[in-house]
Design a protein around this ligand. Structure first.
Ligand SMILES: CC(C)(COP(=O)(O)OP(=O)(O)OC[C@H]1O[C@@H](n2cnc3c(N)ncnc32)[C@H](O)[C@@H]1OP(=O)(O)O)[C@@H](O)C(=O)NCCC(=O)NCCS
Length: 171
Protein backbone atom coordinates (compact mmCIF):
# COMPACT_ATOMS: atom_id res chain seq x y z
CA UNK A 1 0.00 0.00 0.00
CA UNK A 2 1.58 3.31 -1.07
CA UNK A 3 0.76 5.92 1.55
CA UNK A 4 1.68 9.61 1.34
CA UNK A 5 0.95 12.60 3.55
CA UNK A 6 0.77 16.15 2.24
CA UNK A 7 0.36 19.37 4.20
CA UNK A 8 -2.64 21.33 2.89
CA UNK A 9 -2.37 24.83 1.49
CA UNK A 10 -5.01 27.44 0.76
CA UNK A 11 -5.40 25.92 -2.71
CA UNK A 12 -6.75 22.73 -1.12
CA UNK A 13 -9.90 24.37 0.24
CA UNK A 14 -12.38 22.52 -1.96
CA UNK A 15 -10.97 19.05 -1.38
CA UNK A 16 -10.68 19.77 2.34
CA UNK A 17 -14.30 20.86 2.46
CA UNK A 18 -15.45 17.73 0.62
CA UNK A 19 -13.58 15.28 2.84
CA UNK A 20 -14.51 17.16 6.03
CA UNK A 21 -18.23 17.02 5.24
CA UNK A 22 -18.15 13.40 4.02
CA UNK A 23 -16.27 12.01 7.01
CA UNK A 24 -18.18 14.07 9.60
CA UNK A 25 -21.49 12.92 8.12
CA UNK A 26 -20.45 9.27 7.99
CA UNK A 27 -19.21 9.35 11.57
CA UNK A 28 -22.04 11.18 13.30
CA UNK A 29 -25.25 11.12 11.23
CA UNK A 30 -26.68 7.99 12.87
CA UNK A 31 -26.46 9.44 16.41
CA UNK A 32 -27.56 13.05 15.74
CA UNK A 33 -30.64 14.79 14.33
CA UNK A 34 -30.49 15.99 10.70
CA UNK A 35 -31.09 19.58 11.96
CA UNK A 36 -28.15 19.51 14.35
CA UNK A 37 -25.92 17.88 11.75
CA UNK A 38 -26.85 20.54 9.19
CA UNK A 39 -26.22 23.39 11.64
CA UNK A 40 -22.82 21.99 12.60
CA UNK A 41 -21.70 21.26 9.03
CA UNK A 42 -22.64 24.76 7.90
CA UNK A 43 -20.91 26.43 10.79
CA UNK A 44 -17.72 24.36 10.90
CA UNK A 45 -17.05 23.65 7.25
CA UNK A 46 -18.22 26.73 5.33
CA UNK A 47 -15.61 28.13 2.91
CA UNK A 48 -14.85 31.25 4.95
CA UNK A 49 -14.30 29.29 8.14
CA UNK A 50 -12.04 26.68 6.52
CA UNK A 51 -10.09 29.33 4.61
CA UNK A 52 -9.49 31.16 7.89
CA UNK A 53 -8.27 27.96 9.55
CA UNK A 54 -6.01 27.13 6.58
CA UNK A 55 -4.45 30.58 6.89
CA UNK A 56 -3.76 30.29 10.61
CA UNK A 57 -0.05 29.65 11.12
CA UNK A 58 -0.77 27.96 14.47
CA UNK A 59 -2.83 25.22 12.76
CA UNK A 60 -1.87 22.62 10.18
CA UNK A 61 -3.98 20.31 8.02
CA UNK A 62 -2.62 17.17 6.39
CA UNK A 63 -4.20 14.91 3.75
CA UNK A 64 -3.35 11.24 3.67
CA UNK A 65 -3.39 9.55 0.26
CA UNK A 66 -3.51 5.86 -0.41
CA UNK A 67 -2.53 4.90 -3.95
CA UNK A 68 -3.14 8.54 -4.89
CA UNK A 69 -6.73 8.57 -3.63
CA UNK A 70 -7.54 10.74 -0.64
CA UNK A 71 -8.16 8.51 2.40
CA UNK A 72 -8.45 10.99 5.26
CA UNK A 73 -7.11 14.08 6.96
CA UNK A 74 -5.65 15.48 10.17
CA UNK A 75 -5.87 18.90 11.78
CA UNK A 76 -3.53 19.95 14.59
CA UNK A 77 -3.57 23.20 16.58
CA UNK A 78 -0.91 24.95 18.61
CA UNK A 79 -0.70 28.10 20.74
CA UNK A 80 -3.89 30.21 20.57
CA UNK A 81 -5.47 28.03 17.87
CA UNK A 82 -6.15 25.29 20.44
CA UNK A 83 -9.84 24.94 21.31
CA UNK A 84 -9.00 25.04 25.05
CA UNK A 85 -6.40 27.17 26.78
CA UNK A 86 -3.85 24.40 27.23
CA UNK A 87 -0.79 26.61 26.85
CA UNK A 88 2.08 26.89 24.40
CA UNK A 89 3.65 23.60 25.43
CA UNK A 90 0.65 21.61 24.17
CA UNK A 91 -0.49 20.44 20.75
CA UNK A 92 -4.12 19.58 20.04
CA UNK A 93 -5.31 16.96 17.58
CA UNK A 94 -8.57 18.66 16.63
CA UNK A 95 -9.60 16.33 13.78
CA UNK A 96 -8.44 12.95 12.62
CA UNK A 97 -10.72 11.33 10.08
CA UNK A 98 -10.26 8.31 7.83
CA UNK A 99 -12.87 7.62 5.13
CA UNK A 100 -15.03 4.56 5.89
CA UNK A 101 -13.56 2.27 3.25
CA UNK A 102 -10.00 2.98 4.46
CA UNK A 103 -10.52 2.45 8.18
CA UNK A 104 -8.68 -0.25 10.18
CA UNK A 105 -5.79 -0.41 7.69
CA UNK A 106 -3.26 1.49 9.76
CA UNK A 107 -3.91 4.95 8.24
CA UNK A 108 -5.25 6.54 11.44
CA UNK A 109 -2.05 5.47 13.18
CA UNK A 110 -0.06 6.99 10.32
CA UNK A 111 -1.80 10.35 10.84
CA UNK A 112 -1.41 10.06 14.59
CA UNK A 113 2.35 9.53 14.06
CA UNK A 114 2.39 12.70 11.95
CA UNK A 115 0.87 14.62 14.88
CA UNK A 116 3.45 13.09 17.24
CA UNK A 117 6.26 14.06 14.88
CA UNK A 118 4.95 17.64 14.77
CA UNK A 119 4.70 17.77 18.58
CA UNK A 120 8.27 16.49 19.00
CA UNK A 121 9.66 18.85 16.33
CA UNK A 122 7.98 21.80 18.05
CA UNK A 123 9.21 20.71 21.48
CA UNK A 124 5.70 20.23 22.89
CA UNK A 125 5.34 18.51 26.24
CA UNK A 126 1.75 17.34 25.81
CA UNK A 127 -0.53 16.16 23.00
CA UNK A 128 -4.26 16.27 23.71
CA UNK A 129 -7.69 15.99 22.10
CA UNK A 130 -11.41 16.16 22.81
CA UNK A 131 -13.60 13.26 21.69
CA UNK A 132 -17.39 12.84 22.01
CA UNK A 133 -18.11 10.50 24.91
CA UNK A 134 -20.35 8.41 22.62
CA UNK A 135 -17.66 7.94 19.95
CA UNK A 136 -16.47 4.64 21.38
CA UNK A 137 -14.49 3.62 18.28
CA UNK A 138 -12.36 6.73 18.41
CA UNK A 139 -11.90 6.46 22.20
CA UNK A 140 -10.68 2.87 21.79
CA UNK A 141 -8.31 3.96 19.00
CA UNK A 142 -6.89 6.79 21.16
CA UNK A 143 -6.41 4.43 24.11
CA UNK A 144 -4.53 2.11 21.77
CA UNK A 145 -2.32 5.07 20.82
CA UNK A 146 -1.50 5.64 24.50
CA UNK A 147 -3.90 8.46 25.46
CA UNK A 148 -5.54 8.58 28.89
CA UNK A 149 -8.60 10.56 29.99
CA UNK A 150 -7.65 13.74 31.82
CA UNK A 151 -10.88 15.76 31.78
CA UNK A 152 -14.05 16.70 29.91
CA UNK A 153 -15.60 19.76 28.28
CA UNK A 154 -18.89 20.79 26.68
CA UNK A 155 -19.36 20.93 22.97
CA UNK A 156 -22.36 22.14 20.92
CA UNK A 157 -23.76 20.03 18.11
CA UNK A 158 -26.39 22.40 16.75
CA UNK A 159 -28.46 23.20 19.85
CA UNK A 160 -27.52 20.06 21.77
CA UNK A 161 -24.88 20.24 24.48
CA UNK A 162 -22.65 17.18 24.35
CA UNK A 163 -19.73 16.06 26.46
CA UNK A 164 -16.26 15.66 25.01
CA UNK A 165 -13.80 13.52 26.91
CA UNK A 166 -10.34 15.13 27.04
CA UNK A 167 -7.50 12.69 26.47
CA UNK A 168 -3.79 13.39 26.83
CA UNK A 169 -0.43 11.82 26.02
CA UNK A 170 3.21 12.78 26.44
CA UNK A 171 4.99 12.76 23.05
C1 LIG B 1 -10.67 6.60 14.72
C2 LIG B 1 -9.91 6.47 13.39
C3 LIG B 1 -9.19 7.75 13.08
C4 LIG B 1 -8.90 5.31 13.52
O1 LIG B 1 -8.21 5.18 12.29
P1 LIG B 1 -8.03 3.76 11.59
O2 LIG B 1 -7.27 3.97 10.36
O3 LIG B 1 -9.37 3.12 11.46
O4 LIG B 1 -7.19 2.96 12.70
P2 LIG B 1 -5.84 2.14 12.45
O5 LIG B 1 -6.11 1.05 11.46
O6 LIG B 1 -4.72 3.04 12.15
O7 LIG B 1 -5.64 1.48 13.89
C5 LIG B 1 -4.47 1.71 14.68
C6 LIG B 1 -4.56 0.80 15.88
O8 LIG B 1 -5.73 1.11 16.65
C7 LIG B 1 -6.58 -0.01 16.75
N1 LIG B 1 -7.97 0.41 16.58
C8 LIG B 1 -8.47 1.21 15.61
N2 LIG B 1 -9.80 1.37 15.79
C9 LIG B 1 -10.10 0.66 16.89
C10 LIG B 1 -11.31 0.39 17.56
N3 LIG B 1 -12.48 0.90 17.15
N4 LIG B 1 -11.29 -0.42 18.65
C11 LIG B 1 -10.12 -0.96 19.10
N5 LIG B 1 -8.93 -0.75 18.48
C12 LIG B 1 -8.94 0.04 17.40
C13 LIG B 1 -6.19 -0.92 15.59
O9 LIG B 1 -6.49 -2.28 15.87
C14 LIG B 1 -4.71 -0.66 15.49
O10 LIG B 1 -4.03 -1.44 16.47
P3 LIG B 1 -2.52 -1.99 16.21
O11 LIG B 1 -1.63 -0.77 16.13
O12 LIG B 1 -2.25 -2.86 17.37
O13 LIG B 1 -2.58 -2.73 14.91
C15 LIG B 1 -10.89 6.10 12.23
O14 LIG B 1 -11.54 4.92 12.51
C16 LIG B 1 -11.89 7.19 11.91
O15 LIG B 1 -11.62 8.08 11.13
N6 LIG B 1 -13.11 7.11 12.51
C17 LIG B 1 -14.18 8.03 12.20
C18 LIG B 1 -13.85 9.46 12.54
C19 LIG B 1 -13.61 9.70 14.01
O16 LIG B 1 -14.33 9.20 14.87
N7 LIG B 1 -12.58 10.48 14.26
C20 LIG B 1 -12.23 10.91 15.58
C21 LIG B 1 -13.01 12.11 15.93
S1 LIG B 1 -12.52 12.71 17.51
Amino acid sequence: MTVTIKECTREDLQLLQEISVETFNDTFKDQNSPENMKAYLERAFNSNQLQKELSNSSSAFYFIFCKEEIAGYLKVNMNDAQSEKMGDESLEIERIYIRNSYQRKGLGKYLFNKAMETAIRQNKKKIWLGVWEKNENAIDFYKKMGFVQTGAHSFYMGDEEQIDVIMTKTP
